[in-house]
Ligand binder design. Sequence first.
Ligand code: ADP
Length: 307
Amino acid sequence: MINVTDLRKSYGNHIALHGISFSIQQGEFYGLLGPNGAGKSTTIGIMSMLVSPDSGSVSINNNDIIQHPVECKQTIGVVPQEIALYNELSAIDNLLFWGGLYNVEKSLLKKRIDTTLHLFGLSDRANDKVKTYSGGMKRRINIAAALLHNPKVLFMDEPTVGIDPQSRNLIFEVVQKLHSEGMTIVYTTHYMEEAERFCDRIGIIDNGKIVAQGTLHELKSMGGNQEAVIISGNGITEATAAKMRAAGFIVSTGENQLTFLSHNLKSDLSRIVLMCSEHGIDINDISIRHVNLETVFLSLTGKQLRD
Ligand code: ADP
């Protein structure tokens, strides 16, 4: 359904994408998971025809986005990270505007607007100006706007960042419903939980490269069934983490926290605790976590997903 081949993009001297390639099957829910700055928005922006690549290609439904932009635009719905709505207009008028851009016939458009507003729980606020909406409500309208021409593919760039839990849950419900009805969905996130919960396949992206790709099960087995030992305490510095790395551990630092990966907890745990006390760390909590996408990311990149 979608083929992305060797996408490269620089902003000035900064290389944002180092050659990104992946394919997405029809009806698949594909997640691009990576920390801030990894290149998710640039990748999905190119796929959505909002950003032009320096080189590489994207085809959607067998149409190249450069050679067949009109066909591609009809096939995709795009939810960019920036909310693009007219604050002085009502939700209905905003949706009439967006639907009009896709030449949806007026009576059909009105029907779709009704259905979509209902789907997003906004029917009773439909005539209110968007400026009176919460951030989460605006986000829901933004997604609704992307659906009015009935696209086969939906691109969503971090759609749940900074919104209230009620809107987030509603968005999850709608996206799952669309997926169950056969829509192909491409979804970027830095939330491991979202990728684990929804995606059929996940591409893990870091520093402008896909570092691993597969189903959740496949990715977890790439993590080598390691466990994470999370030490919380005082006296943790980047310098102590570096010494522990030199001793052969994969370690990342968070606020007053060190996360170690271990293939063999039985032998590693006492070594880890000993090393921490030797380096003057005053431990106040130790927890053990089974492998998840966070630990997979750590084992692949040596970093945490959320810095
Ligand atoms: P993500 O969506 O994973 O946070 P982005 O694709 O937004 O990552 O950014 C990738 C890299 O490119 C980052 O280092 C970011 O600072 C840089 N970048 C993104 N957009 C621009 C831009 N318009 N101008 C300059 N640098 C940019």
